[in-house]
Design a protein around this ligand. Structure first.
Ligand SMILES: [Zn+2]
Length: 463
């Protein structure tokens, strides 16, 4: 493992898909500190004392950016396997009510390691369940992200609309409005780092229209805008949600968000599957982003998002694996393929190209997080967050185009993942901490959560 130092790093003899600018069949990338200094075709310049990474047989892309997740759900994968979103949530809320900081730290350590091992260098996490007296759950996942070494945008989520107020979650897992706003402000003040090269930025994120009150939504937006941080929530994931919004608010989800002041370039939504033509136009016109989570949408039978139409209208779209309880071991790299196949199944073979799928996973994600000036492409001056995919394997080498091999096939092995020039993965193995220990932490979190839930009289089943 190499720490980012003053030493120059050269990645040599490598194919480069920079996402911005022309692709390079064989070239080099020069890294100074935590930034890309230059890249180009041909042999690398001779820099005395430089560290060299042999990129022969590899494709370099920007590190992937994950824009929707619930890391704690690593601890409850494989449960409630055949259910709609609302059925799945109702079955799992009581299990989640039992989680504590130890569960969150173990689950996040495993989940973040898994992300790094599929080429992810920056991830957000939407944590919205804060049972009383269970420790500092946000701090627990932040600690895990520091250990794994990925850039982290934790979203302080919240729910204040329990069943007694017409919401979906039981009252036992929701918080009071004032407590939420105080804890969210505290999280921003304690952890948010707005500086360039930041490894951690906090997001404000009430959970969804069916679990957060209108007041929580508007107060959260005011808080986020006063502090200059971004906003995130779930919307338009299923038709059940459409019905809920029509019944309770007299309008569909995007119109409701518009009414609450929740459209704009500082907002991105998870899912946004069920959009009308007017909704697509509103998201595009306001620069509101979406996190497309195709595996989770498929797993819960939610539907196929109108990604290619959003892209055609210029709206920002990134990818997300979503929580592991609704996508299990989904690798972020695999979501490029899933997105491409879903769009083509819905709109035909020209709906999304391999390059567009790669752009969703990189620059699209960076736009959602408000970091496209620093992340999402390989260009001089940008952060050295780079994935090196090994595309010279005995089978992958048969594919004429390395970007096609990356997107159309299963994720190829990773020769290297760099975050700000620092090695996080090398030769397919995590280098910042023991990969086995990370896996064991996730398994221990699962055992602990299910035991704590059982102590509260709750059992969760696969079906
Ligand atoms: Zn989600």
């Amino acid at each position: 493992m190499r720490d980012a130092t003053d030493q120059t790093v050269l990645i040599t003899d490598v194919a480069i898909a920079p996402v911005a600018g022309p692709e390079i069949r064989s070239g080099y990338i020069r890294i100074e500190g935590d930034r890309i200094d230059e890249l180009g075709p041909g042999p690398a310049p001779d820099v005395p004392g430089a560290a060299r990474i042999d990129g022969a047989g590899c494709l370099a892309t920007p590190g992937l950016v994950n824009t929707h997740h619930h890391l704690y759900q690593w601890a409850c994968q494989g449960l409630v396997q055949e259910a709609t979103l609302f059925e799945w949530l109702v079955a799992l809320y009581p299990v989640w009510a039992a989680m504590d900081a130890e569960v969150v730290n173990g689950a996040a350590t495993a989940g973040l390691s898994w992300l790094a091992l599929s080429g992810c260098t920056t991830t957000s996490d939407h944590h919205y369940v804060f049972p009383k007296g269970r420790g500092d759950l946000l701090a627990a996942e932040i600690e895990a992200a520091r250990e794994v070494g990925v850039r982290f945008h934790p979203a302080r989520g919240s729910m204040d609309r329990g069943r007694s107020k017409g919401g979906l979650p039981p009252d036992s897992v929701v918080e009071e409005l004032d407590d939420i706003l105080a804890a969210t402000a505290e999280a921003v003040d304690a952890y948010h780092d707005p500086s360039p090269s930041s490894m951690l930025r906090v997001v404000v994120a009430p959970c969804s229209p069916f679990s957060a009150s209108a007041e929580l939504m508007t107060e959260s937006a005011a808080l986020a805008r006063a502090r200059g941080v971004r906003l995130h929530t779930h919307i338009a994931e299923t038709l059940d949600e459409d019905e809920h919004c029509l019944e309770q608010f007299g309008m569909r989800p995007v119109d409701y968000m518009d009414k609450l002041g929740w459209l704009g370039p500082d907002v991105w939504f998870a899912h946004a599957v069920h959009l009308s033509d007017a909704d697509v136009g509103k998201l595009a016109a306001t620069g509101t982003g979406t996190a497309h989570c195709p595996s989770s949408n498929g797993r819960l039978g939610a539907g196929i998002a109108r990604v290619s139409e959003l892209l055609r209208r210029g709206a920002p779209v990134g990818l997300g694996v979503d929580g592991s309880a609704s996508s299990e071991l989904t690798p972020l790299a695999g979501e490029m393929r899933q997105a491409l196949l879903f769009q083509r199944a819905r709109y035909g073979p020209r709906a999304l190209t391999a390059r567009q799928a790669l752009e969703l996973a990189t620059l699209g994600g960076a736009r959602n997080l408000g970091r496209d000036s620093e992340l999402g492409t390989l260009e001089p001056g940008k952060l050295a967050d780079i994935a090196l995919w090994r595309v010279d394997g005995p089978f992958t080498a048969a594919v004429a185009d390395p970007v096609c091999a990356l997107v159309f096939g299963p994720p190829p092995p990773l020769a290297r993942v760099l975050v700000g020039g620092r090695t996080v993965v090398a030769d397919g193995e995590l280098r910042t901490l023991s990969q086995d220990a990370a896996g064991r932490a996730g398994a221990a979190a699962r055992r602990r959560l299910l035991r704590l839930a059982e102590e509260q009289g709750v059992t969760a089943a696969p079906h």
